[in-house]
Design a protein around this ligand. Sequence first.
Ligand SMILES: NC(=O)c1ccc[n+]([C@@H]2O[C@H](COP(=O)([O-])OP(=O)(O)OC[C@H]3O[C@@H](n4cnc5c(N)ncnc54)[C@H](O)[C@@H]3O)[C@@H](O)[C@H]2O)c1
Ligand SMILES: N[C@H](CO)Cc1c[nH]c[nH+]1
Ligand SMILES: [Zn+2]
Length: 437
Amino acid sequence: MSGAGWQRIDWNTLDARARADVLRRPAQSACVEVHASVERILADVRARGDAALRALTLQFDDVTIDDFAVGEAEFARAMGDVDADVQAAIDDAARRIETFHRAGMAAPYAVDTAPGVRCERVLRPIGRVGLYAPAGSAPLPSTVLMLGIPAQLAGCTDTILCTPPGKDGAVDPVLLVAAQRCGIARVFKVGGAQAIAAMAFGTESIPRCDKVFGPGNAYVTEAKRIVSMQGDGPAIDMPAGPSEVLVIADGGADPRFVAADLLSQAEHGRDSQVLLVSDDGALIEAVEAALQAQLATLPRRAIARAALAQSRAIQVQALADAFDVSNAYAPEHLILAVRTPRAWLPRVRAAGSVFLGDFSPEAIGDYCSGTNHVLPTGGAARAISGLSVASFQTAITVQCVDPAGLSAIGGTAMILARAEGLEAHARAVGVRLEATA
Ligand SMILES: NC(=O)c1ccc[n+]([C@@H]2O[C@H](COP(=O)([O-])OP(=O)(O)OC[C@H]3O[C@@H](n4cnc5c(N)ncnc54)[C@H](O)[C@@H]3O)[C@@H](O)[C@H]2O)c1
Ligand SMILES: N[C@H](CO)Cc1c[nH]c[nH+]1
Ligand SMILES: [Zn+2]
């Protein structure tokens, strides 16, 4: 343990098992209790609907909610109450998020795989989508933009949003302004695993959704995982749980910048995890000093300190080794605070989103660079990507075969069908070939 509260690790001295332990997420050790509690919540909402939502909201959010739906008056109040500069910032961020996501949209395509055989891929918006915006430790209106804008670009017209109510029973007004900016008119005051259950199963007030999206704490993330595995449950976007950042810094990095980036993720929650990986011991010590200095005045220092207690500074022998550590960890966010960041980019194989160079703080991706901040955590970045317009669409393939096309490729189908012992398949082709012979 060092003065920064995290563990100092010399990577080179560890065997494979010790290395795996160092890269373990804090959320992984708590998951048995979280799982049991979430199972109870899901069963309760499935059985009792709104009555369960009311009881659970009182238990976990300490507020009684009569009507879960945000009414027109609350929306209007939010539009009137939120400062003009905040509204303008929402608009500015929204435009940039829209620009980036629009540019990445998949296009339908068609190709002739043989004369008379046309194959196509067409895109459709998912029917009803349920979005979750966290508001436990801090309401996150930026998350509403990150979910709502790609949903809108995908063409989703039936979009609902759930978010925890404040102690006064109201939804954060900035969050409502962000919802309005994305054309989301149906917002419900319910949070945690119970919100995911409501969107998955439906209740008297909240409609059942085809796919559930959004980040959240360990309860929200576990609820999404469980409902997505139930036969009648919705699809989900990804595991997007407690925030993480891994910074690879060389000796030329500015320790104040690195410390600020680490704290920006540590302040999210006690179960956030931040990792510094460097080949330079002096840089690590300078970052530790900067962390202590910056923590002294940070409003959420108690949360950040708790997160640092389960975080690590890892010293490697060479910068190239830092990329092995990062790829094994597969962080939600990866900052390359190194001298030639773009030259190192090809080494990155697993990360949700990458920030190149000293002037690309992770916080800029959280709000307004244009990329999406809903990203895979817990190592899921090894195989899962962050949110995009495609997350809100299904791709349907289409084929149209004319008689010439069937005579060109039908024989192949018949041989393969018979190789599989599926005679009816072969005959479905053969009967047509005979009819056109
Ligand atoms: N990976 C991503 O893309 C991403 C993006 C944004 C935020 N995040 C993460 O989302 C998380 C937001 O968490 P949060 O807690 O602030 O808000 P949240 O909205 O996810 O969770 C708050 C809800 O949790 C429920 N809850 C609280 N204690 C509980 C308990 N003991 N048992 C059952 N339910 C309980 C309550 O109902 C409450 O409404 C943070 O960890 C943040 O790092 C991740
Ligand atoms: N860093 C978070 C994702 O881990 C997203 C966020 C929203 N607001 C601030 N940060
Ligand atoms: Zn953040």
